[in-house]
Design a protein around this ligand. Structure first.
Ligand code: HAM
Length: 424
């Protein structure tokens, strides 16, 4: 048989990498608790039709699609939002609003593998369902801020935009949604010239081009510029007022918004309102993103339900932390090897191991039948802190030998004081 490697774009995560990932997810879960989000677990495999509905061109062509053995068209989820919208119209249909839902898990996109871009990656996902108010948008931004700060990440900043401004402008030209989406896909990839080519009229092209020039270093100044620019367009005017309200709420609460970008669009097609992404200087790709999607739940057969949410790319957050030499998930608890000097002492040694575990001590039990010197040498190499050596003589006194492997010191310690001694 050949030796097998992982499939291209898929990774084995070992030790520090695995710890970083689970450590970051734990922090996301703590954030969810603090903000009152319930955790839901949805399947990795969903109907292709559901995932395809508003995925947008970019994600649509990168989905892992297959037929299951029952001839159903299914796909691996490329994100969580479609699944959450689905349960909002089914299992959670009769629940009072707002619904606050948190999920964490792996998602799949056939992206070109490179630094920070994988085919299987991890997201923490938050959705706030049932409110169309700016407080709800602000909450999604603030919880992202809290989450990243709780990890000790430095220097991150938010970029904000609003789909209502863009849709307001393009809608004025009676442009159908499909063409609008095609333009947004190009803008998302910063292919502005390609986007302008799709504008149906010269006037529309000029309006779009003009909009992109409105950036300023101060986000409130940009908002004022957009307000003037769209003055005659009711939908765009309401949208920019909404963006202003959200901005005031989050900036006053310490959320580092660096830019408001009038030409900012996102790849997913369900966004209707505020959109955002968050960046750090160490990576030129987003650590997270999201926005408001007020029409998706209705599209899946639910009542018209406004919603806003976001997802954080856990792998990218891990890369950014690593670049800042911030070791999340590396807080080590003391580790212990329990070793029975002879076979007759195995039962007693195992009892000691079990009672240490009950006291919260991490215990490995010697299972290789090795001689003591070999077992201790191996434990030391693997950074185990202590060996608990269970021998006949000490056991008669209800004690064991506790050996500090790094210092090569050992003392007889009563069994009942063992856990305390190890943890001290
Ligand atoms: P998204 O921007 O497509 O949004 O993905 C969110 C985050 O997932 C990105 O900012 C990035 O950190 C990470 N990500 C995306 N692709 C990759 C990849 N190939 N490798 C590693 N990380 C990646 C969504 O998924 C929306 N569902 C967010 C949302 C929730 N909007 C409303 N509710």
């Amino acid at each position: 048989m050949p030796t097998f490697q992982t499939v291209r774009g898929m990774r084995d995560l070992l030790d520090q990498e695995a710890q970083a990932l689970t450590g970051i997810i734990s922090k996301a879960r703590e954030t969810a608790l603090l903000y009152g989000y319930r955790e839901v677990i949805t399947p990795v495999v969903e109907s292709f039709e559901l995932l395809n509905a508003k995925a947008g061109e970019e994600i649509r062509k990168r989905m892992f699609i297959f037929k299951d053995l029952g001839d159903r068209n299914v796909a691996l989820r490329p994100e969580f939002t479609a699944s959450i919208a689905r349960i909002t119209t089914t299992a959670l249909k009769n629940e009072p609003k707002p619904l606050r839902l948190f999920s964490a898990g792996s998602v799949y996109r056939y992206d070109e593998p490179q630094r920070g871009r994988f085919r299987e990656f991890w997201q923490s996902n938050f959705e706030l369902i049932g409110s169309n108010r700016p407080e709800a948008d602000a909450e999604i931004l603030l919880l992202t801020d809290s989450f990243l700060k709780s990890l000790g990440l430095r220097g991150f900043a938010f970029k904000l935009g609003h789909m209502g401004v863009l849709r307001g402008i393009l809608g004025e030209e009676d442009m159908d949604e499909k063409t609008q989406n095609a333009i947004f896909q190009r803008m998302d990839k910063k292919e502005y010239q390609e986007a302008f080519k799709l504008a149906p009229t010269e006037r529309c092209r000029r309006v779009l081009e003009g909009l992109l020039q409105l950036r300023s270093d101060d986000c409130f100044e940009t908002v004022e510029k957009i307000k003037c620019y769209v003055a005659g367009n009711e939908r765009a005017r309401v949208a920019v007022e909404n963006l202003d309200d959200i901005l005031k709420l989050v900036v006053a609460n310490g959320c580092p918004v660096k830019v408001v970008e009038p030409g900012f669009a996102r790849g997913l097609e369900y966004y209707t309102g505020m959109i955002f992404e968050v960046y750090t200087p160490e990576l030129d790709i987003a650590l997270g993103g999201g926005g408001r999607y007020d029409k998706l739940i209705e599209l899946f057969g639910g009542e018209p339900t406004p919603a806003v949410g976001c997802a954080h790319g856990i792998d990218r957050v891990a890369l950014a932390l690593q670049a800042q030499e911030n070791k999340v998930g590396d807080e080590r608890e003391k580790r212990v090897l329990v070793f029975a000097v002879n076979d007759a002492l195995k039962v007693e040694a195992l009892k000691i191991a079990q009672s240490l575990r009950q006291s919260g001590v991490i215990v490995e039990f010697e299972v290789m039948g090795r001689r003591m010197a070999k077992a201790l040498e191996d434990a030391d190499k693997r950074r185990v802190d202590y060996a608990v050596i269970v021998g006949e003589r000490e056991l008669k006194e209800d004690a064991v030998m506790l050996r500090n492997l790094a210092k090569r010191e050992q003392n007889v310690v009563p069994v009942k004081e063992l856990a305390e001694k190890i943890n001290s």
